[in-house]
Design a protein around this ligand. Structure first.
Ligand code: AMP
Length: 295
């Protein structure tokens, strides 16, 4: 496994091995890796000859500078885990390698930077307005900005994303299509802790009791899945809200049942081809999201 920090080094290396017989798989991450991330590396390894994992804590997707500063940085341990998973290349750039001063300045001033579209008209419709988009304005623009940059740098054949961030996946699919990038986006299932809690670097910040309480998210989502044939969206939403709101240690943010593709509210079982139930809560100060595909 090699670890590279500069775009030039990475591109030189990839250009030396790139040919039409090898498939390059790419797993973008912000580091603080856990087994959920490694499941993406494993999926990429099983389908690609060369796997690149990027580790970059992206400043433009954070709404709050305090969260950016607090984000765990564990590069040494991440590299050990990636080496064990037989990842081929780690790309771990500094901020100044990825962003110009002007781009960072726009972010600092709270302005949305659309330069990543390179003059194309790219719009996400409601994809970046609902759920996470409503709670975290500008977040998905920052995600699209960094992922489009990384895609242009790595030029992978396939890129792997977790269904844990379901809305992010929808945004990336849409962005890739609108920018005409020849990259296949692969969705990987949510990797969970033994109690059902979706793995996340944020889980480390929960106490033992909070972590055990957090398994209520997964349990509730699976109850919804079990009841989807007998109850409509309104009844399911009321059920989830009353269950989570009755737990004083949980701050409820949203629960939505949406069309997996458009993210529009799905109202009845047979109205859409596939629906997903998504929720977000806070336990103590830690924000947790989870989802389950219903059908
Ligand atoms: P992050 O570094 O947290 O931004 O995540 C990098 C990638 O790992 C994203 O595509 C996430 O959706 C994915 N990921 C994070 N947690 C999990 C999980 N528990 N299971 C599967 N994929 C995950």
């Amino acid at each position: 496994m090699i670890i590279l920090n500069s775009i030039q080094q990475l591109q030189n290396h990839l250009n030396g091995i790139r040919n039409n017989k090898i498939t390059i798989g790419f797993v973008p991450t912000m580091g603080a890796l856990h087994q959920g991330h490694i499941s993406l590396i494993n999926a990429a390894k099983s389908e690609c000859q060369v796997v690149v994992c990027s580790i970059f804590v992206n400043p433009t997707q954070f709404n709050d500078i305090k969260d950016l500063k607090k984000y765990p940085r564990t590069l040494e341990n991440d590299c050990l885990m990636l080496e064990k998973a037989n990842c081929d290349i780690v790309f771990a750039p500094e901020i100044k390698e990825m962003y110009t001063f002007e781009e960072l300045e726009l972010k600092r001033q709270g302005k949305e930077d659309k330069s990543w579209t390179q003059g194309k008209t790219v719009g996400f419709g409601i994809l970046d307005k609902v759920m996470e988009g409503a709670q975290r304005p500008g977040h998905f623009n920052g995600v699209a900005q960094v992922v489009s940059k990384l895609f242009r740098i790595v030029q992978p054949n396939k890129a792997y994303f977790g269904q844990k961030d379901f809305q992010q996946l929808a945004i990336i699919r849409s962005m890739t299509k609108q920018l005409g990038m020849p990259i296949k986006i692969i969705a990987c299932p949510i990797f969970r802790e033994p109690n059902g809690l979706a793995m996340s670097s944020r889980n480390e910040r929960l106490t033992k009791e909070e972590r055990s309480l957090a398994s209520i998210l997964f349990k509730t989502l699976f109850e919804v899945k079990e009841r989807v044939d007998s109850l409509n969206t309104k009844a399911l939403t009321e059920y989830v809200e009353s269950k989570l709101k009755s737990e004083p240690r949980i701050q409820f943010e949203y629960f939505e049942i949406v069309d997996s593709e458009t993210l529009l509210t799905a109202d009845g079982k047979f109205q859409v081809k596939s629906a997903v139930a998504c929720l977000a809560v806070k336990i103590a100060t830690i924000r947790l999201i989870d989802n389950v595909v219903l059908y």
